[in-house]
Structures are given as C-alpha cells and as structure tokens.
Write a protein that binds this ligand. Structure first.
Ligand code: KIV
Length: 289
C-alpha cells in the first residue's frame, strides 16, 4: 500500500527517537535523484540517505572515494525536491571533513544551506568523533557510521565484515558509543556480526540503523539500486532484492528499439493531427517541387 505524502507528518530526529523507545523499526533507504525520492516518499520510508554510494550507483566510479562535494550537493538537492515527509541525510564525501573541525563545519553548512538536508553523515570513529562534536556544537545534526566504512575500506582490508574478533568488535562498539557521546543523533553500523549489534544496542540511547548487521538494530538501511535490482553487478550478502528493475528496463528499451526499427512505433495515436483544410493550404503555400 502506498502512503500519500500529504497524509504523513514530517519525520524528525525526535520522532525517530520515539520510534526507538516504542520498539518500532525505522526504515531508511538511499535515493540519489528526484524520481527516486518520489518513489521512496510514496513507499512511506522514515529516513532517506543520499549516500556517497552514489559514486558507484549513479556516477560509475569504482568506489565512493572520488565523488566530490559539488556532485553530492547536486544529487542531494534533487532528492530534496522530491521529498516531503522523510528525514533527509546527506553523506559528506571522503576528504571533505576529516582534516579539521573548521573544514567539517564549512562543508556541512554548505550541504544544509544548498540542499536542504536535515543532517549529515560522516564515517569512522577516531578523529571523526571530534568532527562530530564540532558539528553538533555548530548546530548541525550528525549521523555516525561505524563497522565497514567504505570511504576507508582499503585500510580495513577491503569491503569485508568488521568486528569479527572480540577485540575488533569492542572497538566498533567503542566508536559507536563515542559518536553517541559526541552528540550524534543516529548511528549506521555496517557489515558486522549480529552478535556485535546485540552487544551494541543496550549501550545506545540513539537509534542504531543496521546494514548487514543483523535483526537487532533499531532499523535497517539498504541501497535503492541494490534492493530494486537496478545495479548491474554483484551485491553484498546482506542485500535482499525486492524487484528486478534492470531486467524490466532492458526489456522495455529493447521492445522500443525493435518497434522503431520495424516502424511499429510511433502509431497514429502517438502523433498530432492537423485539419485537412490546413494541410491543403500548406500545400498551396509551399513552393512546388
Ligand atoms: O553511502 C551509502 O549508501 C551508505 C549506506 C550504505 C549506509 O553509507
């Protein structure tokens, strides 16, 4: 059943906290453009993330690292125009916030002012905890991201599950708690064993959104292109495909191409008519050949 945007009140950080308190699961999904935003709005999701996964899903880069601030701002502004009820979170791209508090604040302020995003997401613990604290102090709502952090996947040994030993799991949990203490409003935890999430949840007052982190999280996030089967390529084991839009899209464009080649398209009903007397007059107006 679709939910008409006008019938929903706007999702806020407070309403997400209330959902966690009530034990209601939070639904988060990525979107990268205006039609995608309209689709996730109609589906009634709670939070929309303009993830830097856009680098791979819509811009064709081979990782999230190359995407620029300007590219992310253009995509986030397009999503904003298609959304009304869900909370809108924008990923700050790699290299746009890590070096100093001043850099993080300047970048985040650009996103908030130029796109209308409600919050920004930043990756890792460590020095990112300081950046989160500075952003919150500057009035910017922040979402943290721990576990597998794609912007620094190379230093984590690639796109692989994190926290698979007790020591490493403890570090993931410490990072999440430190980000909470720094004032983050939500935490994304990616690709960790379910037992790590189970140990994390009792330590968190803010909602924890999992992706490949088991069923104990307060909510789940998936990439739009993965869950709809748009992206041509292997998906991580945590992805569940709910549609196969790529197959449908290729079939649709192939049928169009065939009909253009055979002359079946366009048919008369796809064209515009002109009154017969005007056609006759046109013949008189034009020089004879
Ligand atoms: O960039 C992204 O899409 C993300 C989600 C996978 C959480 O960070």
């Amino acid at each position: 059943m679709s939910v008409h945007p006008a019938s929903r009140s706007r999702v806020t950080l407070g309403s997400l906290a209330a959902k966690k308190a009530a034990g209601e699961k939070i639904v988060m999904v990525t979107a990268y453009d205006y039609p995608g935003a309209q689709i996730v709005e109609a589906a009634g999701v709670d939070v929309v993330l303009v993830g830097d996964s856009a680098a791979m899903t819509v811009l064709g880069y081979d990782s999230t690292v190359p995407v620029t601030i300007d590219e992310m701002i253009m995509l986030t502004a397009a999503v904003r125009r298609g959304l009304s009820a869900p909370l809108l979170v924008a990923d700050l791209p790699f290299g746009s916030y890590e070096a100093s508090d001043e850099l993080a604040i300047a970048t985040a302020q650009r996103f908030i002012k130029e796109t209308g995003a409600d919050a920004v997401k930043i990756e890792r613990g460590g020095t990112t905890v300081d950046r989160a604290r500075a952003l919150v102090a500057a009035g910017v709502p922040v979402v943290g991201h721990v576990g597998l952090t794609p912007q620094t996947a190379t230093s984590l040994g690639g796109y692989r599950a994190q926290g698979r030993t007790a020591d490493k799991a403890a570090r993931v949990i410490e990072d999440a708690v430190a980000l909470q203490d720094a004032g983050c409003s939500l935490i994304v935890v990616e690709a960790v064993p379910s037992s790590v999430t189970a140990a994390l949840i009792p330590r968190m007052e803010i909602p924890v959104i999992g992706i490949g982190a088991g069923a104990d999280a307060d909510g789940q996030v998936l990439v739009f292109h993965d869950l709809l089967g748009i992206y041509d390529g292997g998906a991580a084991r945590f992805v569940k495909r709910y549609a196969d839009l790529r197959t449908d899209a290729v079939a649709g464009v192939t049928a169009y191409a065939n009909e253009v080649r055979t002359g079946e398209y366009p048919a008369p009903e796809h064209g515009y008519a002109m009154p017969a007397d005007e056609v006759a007059r046109l013949g008189e107006l034009l020089p004879q050949r």
